[in-house]
Design a binder for this molecule. Sequence first.
Ligand SMILES: [Zn+2]
Length: 306
Amino acid sequence: MDAMNDQHSAAGPTAPEEAAGVRRFWTRLGLPGLIDVHTHFMPERVLRKVWDYFDAQGPLTGGREWPITYRRDEAERAAVLEEFGVRAFTSMLYPHKPGMARWLNEWAAGFARRTPGCLHTATLYCEPDVGSYVREAVDAGARVFKAHVQVGAYDPADDLLQPAWGLLAEAGIPVVIHCGSGPAPGKHTGPEPIARVLARNPGLRLIVAHLGMPEYEDFLDLAERHPQVRLDTTMAFTDFTEAFMPFPAQALPRLADLGDRVLLGSDFPNIPHLYLHQLDALERLGLGPDWLRAVCHDNAAALFGV
Ligand SMILES: [Zn+2]
């Protein structure tokens, strides 16, 4: 525990109170629990580095104060999700340089094996052997991939990645991809490179992380044009995000229409607010209980067969 975490827990509800609130949310909707497609678990020393980065308000955080609410040991973090009633979740992890993805994928396979509810997750990077280790991860049972265009600073439409995209499209394995320019732009973020990837791989099941913020409407365009494209809600609509990258009110009807392709994501544990706040932020959109049921559980249950 550190000062920041103590401060945060002093201000909010206790852990059992928060868990009861989360469970009330999905019980009221008549759901068997939640499915969260965007949670981060990674090797401990990598996660510590990520937390240090947020603490130092590194440039990719948008220079904003970003207290990590769930700064706990791995077992405790997994237990929190269980207490919340999150039936299935991912272990989003990502390399920032070449030569790292294979090792991360080995770790993630082990984590999924020892962690009930974890969907076996893998990652990739723009490098010559990406096709071979993506094949290995798929053969090992990976059910979802994570790609981080902002941190990785590669062009997702680079020819080097084509074997990986082709394989994932053929296998129908979803890829959660951080490709919007929030909280800060990267060299290759934004809708244009993703449009090129999809032109070449129309069947690729991309899940645009963070609803593509701040290019929300451009990514809604892409989803409307490509029926296999989905979006995750990670940090969208929260007070934190609305203060600097608000979702445009005029696009809400489009979000309602895409209700079968929007998936709950949270960024747990690296969030500057309580988990319950993400759920409340979705509810206050006023899109109704059917939309919430689909987004918080049913869409992901269908996609992953859980
Ligand atoms: Zn994330």
